[in-house]
Each structure stands twice: as C-alpha cells, then as structure tokens.
Design a protein around this ligand. Structure first.
Ligand code: EPZ
Length: 427
C-alpha cells in the first residue's frame, strides 16, 4: 500500500482541470445494463470506483474498452444478473445495478452492501421503491434477491429522505414499468439529472428533472445512447477549499460553478475572494511576506441535500476551519458517523470537539497545524487530511490512500502542478 507525503506551508498557484463526476459515472455505467447494445460515455473519470463498476458489468457479461476519458460499454450479452459480495463490499454503489437488471431481466441478486466508515448505509428505501413497482425482494445469505412478481408496473413512491442512489435505482426500473410512476421527495442532485439525461437519450420519458417530484411514463423498449458525464463538483470543491487552506490563487477548470453555489457562498463568508467565469471558478486567498495565508473568518455549516451544503465537502471544509480566527460549528445531518477525520485532524494540532452530530472547531488562526503521520479512514476524510497537510508546517504522511483513489483522479499530480510538495511513496 502507498502513502502520500506532503511538505506543507506552500501556497497554491495555477489551474486544475476537474474530471468527470464519480457519483454520476457510477449510475450512468449501471444504466448501460438496461438495454442491449453499445453505449458511449464521455468524461468518465478513471478511479478505483469506476474500475470496480466496470469489473461488475464485465462479470455480468458486458464488454468494455476505455480510450482516454471515453468508455464504450457493450451489454448485448448478459450472462448473469448477480453482483457478488467481494465486489459490493468494496463499493456499496454496486447496488445501483438492481434497478437496471430489474428493468431488463425482471430479476437481480445483489450482495447487501454492508455499512461503511460513515454510516450503516441501509437500502430499505431502494427496496420499498421497487416494491411499489411490483417487485418482491428477500434477504438470503447476505444477498438481496429481487424479482418482478408478474410485470413491472408504475406506482407511487415517496421517500422519507431524498436518497440519491435510491432515486437513481428506482428511476432505472420505472422507465421500463407499465404505466406511470411518480417519485416524490426525490433527490435533486445534479448527478440524478445527468442520469435522467442519459435515460431520456435512451428513449425514456421522464418529467420533473432537477425537482423533488419525478414522473416517469414507462416505455416498452429502450436503446443505447451516447452521453457525457458532468464535472465532479466535489472534486472541484475540494480544490477550492485547498486554496483557502494553503493560500494562493487557484483556478478550477472544466467545472460547473452552478453546482457549487453553497460552497462558494461559504468560502466568500470566510473571507476568500471567489470569481466565476463560464466553466471556471477561481479561489483567491492572499499570503503575507512569510507565505502565511490571510486569516479566515469562522463560518458555520449544516450539511443538507442538494442544493444545500454537500455532506461530501464537510470533512474538507472542517480542515479549512481549523485555521480560522474563531469558532465554527459544523453540523452533519446526512450520515451518522461522518466525523472519522476529526481524530486525525487533532493529530495535526486542530482543536475540535464533537457533540453528537455537531463538531465545534476552534481555529488556531495565525499559527499553523503541525505535520504528522495520519491515517485515511474514508474517501472524503482522506481529502480533508490532504488539505490539512497542505496547510500544515512540516511533513504530513497519509496512509491507506486507497480510500482517496476511489474518488479523486491523479490528485497528487494535479496538486504538484499548482505548487504543492506532495508525492506518493511506498508505505
Ligand atoms: C450518495 O450516497 C453518494 N454516493 C454519497 O457520496 C453522498 O454522500 C450521498 O449520496 C449524499 O449526498 C453516490 O452517489 C454513489 P443517500 P447514497 O441515500 O445515495 C439514508 C462520496 O463520498 N438512507 O442520499 O448512499 C442514508 O443512511 C459518497 O462520494 C436510508 O436510510 O446516500 C443517509 O443517512 C459518500 N435508506 C441518507 O439516507 C436508504 O435506503 C442519505 O443517503 C438509503 C439511504
């Protein structure tokens, strides 16, 4: 296993291109199971998670090839409708094959994902949604066995919580259901909209995109499509936050600033200068003659479903607030255990107290965090530790960076390109 070694305290100057969104690529790759034929997906990030999803499709009989960021997937021949435990345990988003398999074959056998570092991650909303479409499912031996009882039939669904992948999974079955399906309290994340664009390009009929109420008119046949993955707003946001932590002037390109409104507002409130121009967003945080970044105001955040502040940027924003000149309250409302990065940030000298779903961060203002060996625990916690390491004085070594590789394409290389002293070394 490798680790990342960062010599911190260097401001960032330059431009970073954003890759395609992991959380759009995963459902859109799963959607290729819905209809036989060859699909062309552009701007697909080359990540541990997208490689896992492609491996899963291959196990079920699909054939794929990658040419740069374009991936062609041929799902003409499906030899199986099962997602095995050894793959699903590494990526819970594998459950996204349930909906398309039900839409195509009427049956699916998918390992229960099990929890992960940030929470129990149940899939009850997914199964309740399928039940409304005439699907019966049972848990046997750690697997979800789902099958269409007689025929896939449109129904009414209202989610307790606007679950992103539950919305996506149910959509991918409903497009082939007889009649109309209405999904209320649907997730409105841009990645859901990207999936709707793909499904419509395949011949599906869906109303209400970007709203919390989706109406799906089922169709008999779907066909392959060509689609582009939207930019990764979480990757882009992570780099904008890094610019605030290390200081400097950092432009992210190929991004969609409209998807980052909540973060941009909070970075401005903290005292950073944020400019948006087309598909570029620049974060500016001046540094003094000693290279110390300007002080930041403490800002409170509460994570919310889109368009609120994204839970996937909570850990990164917390790393930023460790150097504010006040006290920041960070309230995590989406996942029950998404403060795994706190203990590691404390090792770098951060002052953070946890009270249930809130973290109280007391900024150390003019001082710097002090580099130290830390351990990544989950994907976004890893990014938080990189950001803290960039801001800290001295050397920070981050182990278990396979977590980071799940969701960030060439992060060390992209950061070196803008002046960071960061390298991947054997652990
Ligand atoms: C998606 O996960 C993302 N993953 C997550 O990104 C993201 O943090 C999350 O949405 C929230 O935005 C992908 O898109 C692949 P949820 P998902 O269902 O769909 C509860 C990352 O770092 N819930 O919106 O699994 C759940 O426990 C990852 O890129 C149920 O109770 O999240 C959570 O508390 C992490 N039952 C809340 O809903 C269910 O059946 C929201 O979860 C489903 C969810």
């Amino acid at each position: 296993m490798d680790k990342l070694r960062i010599n911190g305290g260097r401001p960032l100057y330059g431009s970073i291109p954003v890759s395609g969104a992991k959380n759009a690529a995963l459902p859109l790759l799963a959607a290729t199971l819905l209809a036989p034929g060859t699909y062309i997906l552009h701007n697909v990030p080359n990540l541990r998670d997208t490689r896992t999803m492609l491996k899963l499709l291959q196990i079920m009989g699909a054939v794929w090839e990658r040419d740069g960021s374009t991936v062609k997937v041929n799902t003409t021949t499906l030899t199986g409708a099962e997602a095995p435990y050894d793959l699903v345990k590494t990526m819970r988003a594998s459950v996204l094959v349930l909906g398309p398999l039900l839409g195509r074959t009427g049956t699916a056998r998918v390992s229960l994902p099990g929890g992960c570092a940030i929470g129990a991650r149940p899939i009850d909303y997914h199964l309740l949604g399928f039940q409304a479409l005439g699907v019966v499912s049972a848990m046997t031996g750690g697997y979800v066995e789902a099958r269409v009882q007689s025929e896939l039939t449109g129904g009414m669904i209202c989610f307790d919580i606007p679950s992103v992948t539950a919305t996506e999974n149910v959509l991918m079955a409903a497009v082939k259901a007889k009649g109309t399906t209405v999904i209320q309290n649907a997730a409105k994340e841009p990645e859901v909209g990207n999936l709707i664009d793909m499904l419509e390009a395949m011949g599906a009929r869906i109303e209400g995109k970007d709203s919390d109420c989706l109406t799906v008119h089922g169709v008999q046949e779907l066909h392959p499509a060509e689609i582009s993955i939207i930019p990764d707003r979480i990757e882009a946001g992570s780099y904008l936050i890094a610019a605030g932590a290390a200081g400097g002037s950092l432009e992210v390109t190929n991004c969609e600033p409209a998807h980052l409104a909540a973060l941009i507002e909070k970075l401005r409130a903290a005292g950073m200068e944020m400019t948006v121009q087309g598909n570029r967003c620049t974060a500016f945080c001046p540094v003094d003659s000693q290279g110390i970044p300007c002080p930041l105001r403490a800002v409170n955040i509460t994570t919310m479903p889109y368009p609120g502040f994204p839970t996937d940027l909570q850990a990164q924003f917390m790393a930023l607030m460790t150097r504010s000149s006040g006290v920041s309250i960070i309230h995590e409302t989406i996942f029950e255990n998404r403060f795994m990065h706190v203990a590691e940030l404390r090792r770098l000298g951060a002052e953070i107290a946890i009270d249930g779903g809130s973290a109280v961060v007391t900024g150390i203002s003019r001082e710097r965090l002090i580099g130290a060996p830390v351990m990544a625990t989950d994907l976004r916690a890893s990014a938080s530790l990189v950001i803290a390491g960039l801001a800290a004085s001295g050397t920070t070594e981050i182990s278990r960076i396979y977590h980071l590789e799940r969701g960030y394409e060439n992060m060390a290389e992209k950061l070196r390109h803008v002046g960071a002293a960061i390298e991947q070394v054997p652990d």
